[in-house]
Design a protein around this ligand. Structure first.
Ligand code: GYE
Length: 309
């Protein structure tokens, strides 16, 4: 403290909180927008945010959470890169009396008692939206719909649930389809492109109807690979992406992809409200979904100017 007689440490209940945020990484436009939203919201609310970018590595997230526990933060916000492997560190936070709030991604059901609440997207619902469009678009495809899938990070909630929701609807609608190949592109453009190149080498694109990419970056990387192979993305092969960044919508306006399922990263203000409620000891829902839509080719142009990331 700075020696003045009046002191400057007062304020009691008006003091901002100290919040530790173990973020996934910076793998996509979605993620960068999400980090910016949370940082801006914390600042606006007068809270101190200790921000760690874990570069998509669970080990880094676990040590970040341990550091937050040592620093005795008021609350820990965790966006778990994968769903499993959290029991020990979540237990440590609980033992230290520090509430954990999940932002964006979820953890496996077995750990449900070890966090207070999750604020984020309903990834299975996103997958169902993609599936509903595919089932309708290919309903009359007489020789069966041949599908390639670019999955997100292996073991992550959005990869697991976007896959499950998508095929749940295809099965429920009775679509005659075949999964020609399905691999992880780790939610990055670079890996999405590389996996698509492998798909093209292994299967060619002849007779492939649809690519389902679990995020924009992988879809955009795949579009490059398709063009480099001399094919026309969006026409020779239809493409679905999830997120809806500016770059994703621009590709849609350019006719290079066919359906966009929105995933909304701008929940910083909502997250601060949840953190404050939790620290106050208020009752909160176990899961708060973020509102999201979906867009087809007739809507891309009108929607592009509304995109914020
Ligand atoms: O869709 C993807 C990002 O967890 C919802 O992570 C998020 C996903 C998002 O890398 O672009």
């Amino acid at each position: 403290c700075g020696g003045g007689d009046d002191g400057d440490g007062g304020g009691g209940s008006d003091e901002g909180l100290v919040i530790g945020f173990a973020q996934v990484g910076a793998e996509s436009a979605w993620r960068t927008a999400n980090s910016a939203s949370v940082q801006a919201a914390a600042e606006a609310a007068g809270h101190e945010l200790k921000f760690v970018d874990a570069q998509q590595e669970q080990e880094k997230q676990i040590s970040a959470v341990r550091d937050f526990i040592t620093q005795q933060v008021d609350a820990i916000v965790l966006a778990p890169v994968v769903e499993t492997g959290w029991t020990d560190v979540l237990q440590e936070a609980e033992d230290a009396g520090i509430p954990v709030i999940l932002a964006d991604r979820g953890v496996e059901a077995a750990d449900e008692d070890l966090y207070v609440t999750r604020l984020g997207s309903d990834f299975a619902e996103e997958g169902r939206k993609a599936g509903a469009w595919a089932a309708e678009t290919f309903a009359d495809d007489a020789d069966g719909t041949r599908i390639l899938e670019l999955q997100g990070t292996t073991g992550s909630a959005p990869a697991n649930d976007r896959k499950a929701g998508f095929f749940e609807v295809l099965d429920a609608e009775g679509l005659d389809y075949e999964i020609v190949d399905s691999q992880s592109g780790n939610f990055t453009a670079e890996e999405g492109k590389a996996v698509m190149e492998t798909f093209i080498t292994t299967h060619t694109l002849d007779g492939i109807d649809l690519l389902y990419a679990h995020n924009d970056e992988m879809g955009l990387g795949a579009i490059q690979a398709i063009e480099e192979a001399g094919k026309v993305p969006g026409v020779d092969i239809q493409i679905i992406i999830v997120d809806g960044s500016k770059a994703g919508f621009q590709a849609g306006v350019d006719g290079k992809l066919n359906y966009i399922v929105e995933c909304n990263p701008a929940f910083g203000d909502q997250l601060m409200d949840v953190v404050e409620s939790v620290v106050n000891g208020d009752e909160v829902e176990k899961f708060t979904p973020v509102e999201e839509g979906a867009f087809d080719a007739s809507q891309f142009e009108a929607e592009l100017p509304n995109r914020e990331f």
